[in-house]
Design a protein around this ligand. Structure first.
Ligand code: ARG
Ligand code: ZN
Length: 871
């Protein structure tokens, strides 16, 4: 909380720390109201002799400071709201700092806090300074010893990073444990947990034959819900050995699930802490998407042990060094566990929905930002998902083998270091012998490039000239852009659907049926020879770059690609493009494109061959995806067009949907695996179309689907269909669901989210009412995201013309800022698309933004998001 205007931090101002910390010994005496933290730092000066030591600290009560065993007098140091400054220090010294903190008051959930009676920590990015005074920056690496003392009955489990050294009982019903982590680490990877927790245990034998104890800690009673996470962990450990040659290094690896958590999970060395939402699963409580997410996040945090912990970031401008790479690693894992084709579609869908949106708005920033006010605001889709796409492009450019050489080099060279994006790129240059200067622009320039393509076929010479052109629009602070190095994977399809070879002019052998062109100029021509017929261009296969591939296909060409493109991603893409074009035309008064509707026939005929893929082919672009293609977004028109197309498709293929739906019923025991999940996805896609109308027949089917479901995926599908309906069956089912899961907060989150996503006109009123529901708690980020986050993703109702949706989200953001500024700023991101709406809506949003910016004591997090959004 502050009254002065928050200041930006710039990458260009980076300088190495003046002091280093070799070792830190922490001593916690835990108490929810007043925890005493002792910190003994063994330090040395590395900078100028007269450089004072400036330690970060926030919301701390300083009890004492001692230098080499002697208490310092008040005039020998100074303290302000964010620092402890000590001048005149010797070259080597030991500092003893004692502070006091109040974990139960810590609603920001950064630092040490309590959640459902347990203690836990979250230190990334800058939470450690809320525990003790320290050089809270990732380039200060130290060895940690942590002693924890607490009431034995209330907190029987005491955990920290590394290995357990000793534990024992103390007088007065108390006990203690001492942990030591031999790997030097930055303080953002510190973790502590204390509580009364249940556990499951397992083990893993590494490739060199070392046994590692695996433990997952959860609330008592939830042990069985952690089994899938444990299974995922073991598969992830094995995969990282095989795919990247990475072996685990400590003798123990622990995961703890907590209920109040600001985001997904955290890779603290040897002690990952998870939001329970991405850890706990059972067939009755978790959907297939939940299972997939748990598998992915468990892997992600585990993979950080090498890409994050052993090699960390020099400063927070390098955040994508660990996050982009680790996302890329977890995506590779999930694809290997499930389906490469379906995984790629899901990744691209998420990227476009969140990252392209970010790149197109006022919060656009490069994968390596140049400045920030609050680093918490930069845990974005650009840093994570676009960062992962950059790694994927590097892999495409250098090839699989060289990719592995480059990552081996990176791990070998930078192990134990705080590295930079530049270090990373240099490993690729050395491993491949290629000059990646231009590729570096992907890290430096924000925005989504558009790759336009025009083909000219000359029948007489059988040549095809492909002109590719790239454009990149200005983004905040970057008015001028340079051409990027874009890998463009492509193929040619003949009218009959057969692939044609791609032979470039000057080549004497017939070329392959797919190749990667490298677009490096603003525009470039590629001449193909021996092209027997005019090809249909299949561009950007596998989504070979985070760009918009703009090809002007005719509706007939699109349906050919939908049916015949050997690249499954582009088959799906052709369908999405066709559907979007159809809906855009419908908004201009056209009737639904009969070619597109008919093209879904063969999709349905082949649906049983790959059910998960078919489910994706059948799902129309979301309303917000359609919005991205419109110069001025009209949420009501988009909704109407999409509903219209759903109904037309439903009517055209009704018999086939019914037949598939009947054939795909649940058989045998539940399996969370890809094949079974794909079957459920296809059946639920059919249900979507069979419940297209708002009538009693549809409501009855949806209700029966819900009631007969034996797993959460199917229950949700039934309920989701009902949210659109006026039938009394809707409330009946929602009440039934509520009562059935009244004790399970994570499941009630789904119940709230479904209601917040309803297209019905009373949704705003319902959401306001749900904020008063006993299960809602503004202090728990999962509840806020489930209800308010889901509402702001409901384009139709959030953007209601009367401004009621904006007021709702604005009210929550303003209230939340004083409680949890990180989550408030995240929720405020809902307004980032505001300039793409009509003037009346813009005026309503502007009023919300200004009102929010004016709140007294606004956090720097929210200040940054609001001021940049308004700029
Ligand atoms: N490093 C964590 C991960 O695995 C996320 C930390 C997010 N921190 C934050 N301040 N938002 O992705
Ligand atoms: Zn991460």
């Amino acid at each position: 909380m502050r009254t002065d205007e928050p200041q930006a931090i710039h990458l260009k101002d980076y300088h190495a720390p003046d002091y280093k910390v070799f070792e830190i010994a922490l001593d916690f005496v835990l108490d929810p109201a007043a925890t005493r933290v002792g910190a003994r730092l063994r330090m040395a000066r590395t900078g100028a002799e007269d450089a004072p030591l400036v330690l970060n600290g926030e919301a701390l009560k300083l009890v004492s400071v001692a230098l080499d065993g002697k208490l310092l007098a008040k005039d020998e140091y100074s303290v302000d709201a964010e620092h402890l400054t000590i001048p005149n220090l010797p070259e080597k010294f030991v500092l003893d700092i004692v502070t006091e903190i109040a974990p139960e008051q810590n609603t920001l959930l950064s630092g040490l806090y309590t959640s459902k009676g347990m203690f836990c920590t979250q230190c990334e990015a800058e939470g450690f300074r809320r525990i003790t005074y320290f050089l809270d920056r990732p380039d200060v690496l130290a060895v940690y010893t942590t002693r924890i003392e607490a009431d034995r009955k209330l907190y029987p489990v005491l955990l920290s990073n590394g290995n357990l050294i000793t534990k024992g009982d103390l007088p007065g019903g108390r006990h203690f444990a001492v942990w030591r982590d031999p790997f030097p680490k930055p303080c953002y990877l510190f973790a502590l947990v204390a509580g009364d927790l249940g556990r499951i245990e397992d083990e893993f034998v590494t490739m060199s034959g070392r046994k590692v104890d695996l433990k997952i800690f959860v609330e008592h009673g939830n042990e069985n819900k952690a089994l899938y996470a444990m299974d995922s962990l073991k598969r992830a450990m094995k995969w990282d050995e095989e795919a990247y040659g990475r072996e685990y290094d400590l003798d123990i690896f622990m995961i703890v699930a907590v209920s109040a958590f600001n985001f997904g999970a955290m890779e603290n060395k040897g002690l990952n802490i998870f939001n329970d939402k991405v850890l706990l699963a059972s067939p009755e409580t978790a959907t297939d998407d939940d299972y997939g997410r748990i598998e992915g996040v468990v892997a992600h945090e585990y993979f950080h042990n090498w890409s994050g912990d052993r090699i960390t970031c020099r400063d927070w401008f390098q955040l994508s060094l660990k996050e982009g790479f680790t996302v890329f690693r977890d995506q590779g894992f999930s694809a290997d566990m499930r389906s490469h084709a379906v995984k790629r579609i899901e990744e691209v869908r998420a990227l476009r929905l969140r990252q392209f949106q970010e790149d197109a708005g006022p919060l656009a920033h490069p994968v390596q930002p140049q400045s920030y006010i609050s680093i918490d605001n930069f845990y974005t889709a650009t840093i994570y998902e676009k960062g992962a796409e950059l790694i994927g492009m590097l892999k495409t450019l250098v090839g699989d083998e060289t990719y592995r050489k480059a990552t081996d080099l990176y791990f070998a060279r930078h192990d134990g270091q705080a590295a930079t994006v530049e270090d990373w790129v240099r490993c690729f240059e050395e491993a491949s012998g290629r000059d990646l200067s231009q590729f570096r622009l992907w890290y430096a320039q924000a925005g989504t490039p558009v790759v336009g393509a025009k083909g000219l076929y000359d029948k007489s010479t059988k040549t095809y000239t492909l002109s590719l052109a790239q454009t990149l629009r200005p983004t905040p602070g970057q008015p001028e852009k340079k051409p990027m190095h874009i890998p463009v994977r492509l193929g040619f399809i003949g009218k009959s659907g057969a692939s044609l070879p791609l032979t470039l002019e000057g080549e004497n052998a017939t070329g392959p049926e797919e190749r990667v062109l490298e677009l490096t100029e603003a525009s470039q021509n590629f001449v193909f020879v021996g092209v027997e017929e005019e090809p249909i261009l299949s561009l950007g296969r596998g989504f070979s770059a985070p760009a918009v591939f703009a090809v002007d296909h005719s509706p007939a060409d699109r349906t050919t690609l939908m049916a015949h493109d050997p690249d499954s991603f582009n088959r799906w893409e052709a369908g999405q493009t066709a559907a979007r074009a159809a809906m855009m035309a419908m908004m201009q008064g056209a009737s639904p494109d009969p070619l597109y509707v008919a093209a879904l026939g063969p999709v349905l005929d082949k649906a049983m061959e790959d059910m998960a893929f078919a489910a994706n082919m059948l799902s129309l672009p979301l309303e917000s995806e359609i919005a991205m293609a419109m110069p001025v977004v009209d949420p009501d028109a988009i909704h109407a067009a999409r509903m219209g197309l759903v109904k037309t498709v439903a009517a055209a293929h009704r018999a086939k949907f019914a037949e598939l739906y009947a054939a795909l019923g649940e058989d045998g025991p539940f399996s969370p695996e890809a094949k079974a999940a794909g079957k459920r996805a296809l059946r639920n896609a059919c249900l979507r179309y069979l419940t297209a109308e708002d009538d009693e027949a549809a409501a009855t089917l949806a209700h029966r689907h819900y009631l007969s479901a034996t797993n959460m995926t199917d229950m949700i599908a039934g309920l989701a269909a009902l949210t659109r309906m006026s039938s009394a069956k809707k409330d009946e089912a929602f009440t039934h669901f509520h009562d059935r899961f009244a004790k399970d907060a994570l499941v009630l989150d789904k119940w709230m989210g479904l209601q917040a996503g309803s297209p019905r006109a009373d949704t705003v009123v319902r959401v306001r009412a749900l904020m008063e529901h006993a299960a809602f708690d503004i202090k728990n980020p999962n509840r806020v995201r489930a209800l308010v986050g889901a509402f702001s993703a409901n384009q139709l109702r959030f953007h209601a013309a009367d401004g009621s949706g904006y007021a709702l989200v604005g009210d929550v953001v303003r209230k939340l800022d004083g409680i949890n500024a990180q989550v408030a700023a995240r929720m405020a991101g809902a307004f980032e698309t505001w300039r793409r709406f009509d003037p009346a809506r813009q005026a309503l949003i502007r009023a919300e933004l200004e009102k929010t910016l004016a709140i007294s004591g606004i956090s720097s997090n929210l200040f940054e998001v609001m001021s940049k959004t308004l700029a």
